[in-house]
Design a protein around this ligand. Structure first.
Ligand code: GDP
Ligand code: MG
Length: 162
């Protein structure tokens, strides 16, 4: 059985960009418009020697109704199915209310959760990531999913122990 990695976080933080990089497909919809990936999407990743299943999700805001509620349920389902949860946040935005409400939910799960600050290209990555320790979920990794920076180290740390 391959390990299962779920990508969760609010819309527009770069989940689908990371999914595409890991699976090397353009299948997951990537766009400037939040919320395009409405359902869970599964891909097989074969990245730098690591093989795993990755689940892309539409994103959670924390106060959903209607189609957004459907998306949020899909995200929570992905968390249930996963061995590892990568909680993506946007290093440019800092912590948002939605991040806090997702963190609150994730803290209650019996899962290995890793905070991943994305979009650190052009930023002081360590400083940008440091803000997110306030989420109270432990170690914060930083990546630039669009460029691949940090992805290898992230996988080394999160998948190696499995
Ligand atoms: P999702 O809603 O979480 O799936 O986010 P997407 O993957 O669709 O990305 C949302 C936006 O962020 C798109 O415009 C991406 O090009 C952009 N983006 C994703 N990763 C990075 C990154 O590492 N750096 C920068 N600067 N932008 C990124
Ligand atoms: Mg997406």
């Amino acid at each position: 059985m391959l390990p299962v990695v779920a990508l969760v976080g609010r819309p527009n933080v770069g989940k689908s960009t990371l999914f595409n990089r890991l699976t090397r497909t353009r299948d997951a919809l990537v766009a400037d418009f939040p919320g395009l990936t409405r359902d869970r999407k599964y891909g097989q990743a074969n990245y730098e020697g690591y093989q795993f299943i990755v689940i892309d999700t539409g994103g959670i805001q924390g106060d959903e109704q209607g189609i957004d509620l459907h998306m949020a349920k899909q995200s929570l389902q992905a968390v249930d199915e996963a061995d590892i949860v990568l909680f993506l946040v946007d290093a440019r935005d800092g912590i948002t209310a939605a991040d806090l409400s997702i963190a609150e939910h994730l803290r209650r799960q019996q899962k290995d959760i890793w905070v991943v600050a994305n979009k650190v290209d052009g930023l002081d990555a360590d400083a940008a990531a440091a803000d997110f320790y306030e989420l109270g979920l432990g170690e914060v990794y930083h990546i630039a999913a669009a460029h691949g920076r940090g992805v290898n180290q992230l996988l080394n740390r999160t998948l190696e122990p499995l």
